[in-house]
Write a protein that binds this ligand. Structure first.
Ligand SMILES: Nc1ncnc2c1ncn2[C@@H]1O[C@H](COP(=O)(O)OP(=O)(O)OP(=O)(O)O)[C@@H](O)[C@H]1O
Ligand SMILES: [Mg+2]
Length: 219
């Protein structure tokens, strides 16, 4: 069904909320509903982005907070080329993190002034997602899930720059995600409770997507 409008959907939220799990489910669901769909991620959704990601996730590397912000943005600029080309070929894209993370971690978490990010957005972000889903839940449970996942992947030593931050940091980050959904200029965003079982969360995400798809049909 090549005539279906390709969708650009973002799933974001603090560490361990189930983003990667739900990105996989949503991509499969979109495929089942007749769309060509692919998943991607930030940081590291492109070849150059993978190199940038290796700096960003390495907790043994000291990084100036503004340099960190700009590296995330550099990754995103490169990533958006890929997203655009997929959408232009009729392929829907589900991204594991996007702009909300930069607002939440760098501005609300690291307390950077927003001017630099605002300028970068103005000059580099020309399309916003059809739907941004923010997965939201109790921080401690989410961080425990993220810790288990890192341990399972045996990445606790080399990765986990953000996972090793203090709880207060994540509380600020969570506020940042909640603020993001109030900003209509970034496109339609919703908060979804991610504390339930994987299938329950997937169902809520599909419902939110169905609403966007219905609206597209009516336009
Ligand atoms: N609804 C759920 N209930 C319980 N455990 C879950 C749920 N969703 C995901 N998990 C588990 O929690 C861990 C983290 O999930 P996942 O990797 O999808 O989260 P994430 O948001 O992508 O984390 P990160 O930010 O660290 O990449 C995984 O081990 C996953 O299997
Ligand atoms: Mg993940």
């Amino acid at each position: 069904m090549a005539d279906l409008k390709p969708l650009f959907i973002v799933i974001d939220g603090i560490d361990g909320t189930g983003k990667t799990t739900q990105v996989r489910f949503l991509t499969e669901w979109l495929q089942k509903t007749g769309r060509e769909a692919e998943s991607t991620q930030e940081p590291g959704g492109t070849a150059a982005g993978a190199v940038i990601r290796s700096i960003l996730v390495n907790k043994n590397m000291t990084l100036d907070p503004n340099a960190e912000l700009l590296l995330f943005c550099a990754d995103r600029v490169d990533h958006m080329q890929k997203i655009n080309s997929k959408l232009n070929s009729g392929i829907s894209v589900v991204s594991d993190r996007f702009l909300p993370s930069t607002w939440a971690y760098q501005i609300f978490g690291r307390k950077l002034q927003p001017g630099l990010l605002e300028a970068v957005i103005l000059h580099t972000v020309h399309i916003f997602p059809d739907l941004t889903i923010i997965l939201d839940m109790d921080i401690d449970t989410a961080l425990a899930r993220a810790g288990e996942r890192l341990a399972k992947d045996e990445k606790t030593i080399t990765e986990g720059r953000f996972e090793s931050e203090k709880r207060d940091f994540f509380s600020d980050v969570q506020k940042g995600f909640r603020w993001y959904v109030t900003q209509e200029r970034f496109g339609k965003s919703v908060i979804i409770d991610a504390s339930g079982k994987t299938d329950e969360v997937a169902g809520k995400i599909q419902k939110a997507c169905s609403e966007v798809i219905c609206k597209h049909h009516m336009d």
